[in-house]
Design a protein around this ligand. Structure first.
Ligand code: FAD
Length: 57
């Protein structure tokens, strides 16, 4: 899995990591941030995971 120089997981705009089928969000991606941002990424990742499991791009 790809990490940046601060040790955070690198994700794309749908919270997908460099590993197929693995998603991440929140502080481990953003660094120390806020609950609002973490929850937002949770929603994005959830939708992306749903698409992945449904065989959509
Ligand atoms: C003291 C303090 C005060 C804060 N106050 C505010 C505030 O007022 N408002 C605000 O918006 N934000 C605040 N924040 C920031 C906010 O808490 C975080 O941005 C938010 O909790 C990030 O959510 P998360 O789900 O990404 O990570 P976390 O909430 O840290 O959740 C990660 C979870 O993963 C678990 N975990 C870790 N390693 C493993 C493992 N190997 N296996 C299984 N589980 C594991 C942890 O136990 C934890 O439950 C504060 C943070 C701190 C430290």
């Amino acid at each position: 899995m790809e990490f940046n120089k601060w040790g955070n997981i690198v994700v794309d705009d749908r919270c997908k990591t460099s590993l197929d089928g693995v998603y991440a969000g929140g502080d481990i991606v953003l660094g120390a941030a806020t609950v609002i941002l973490a929850m937002g990424q949770g929603r994005i990742a959830g939708a992306a995971i749903n698409d992945h499991l449904a065989g959509k791009k």
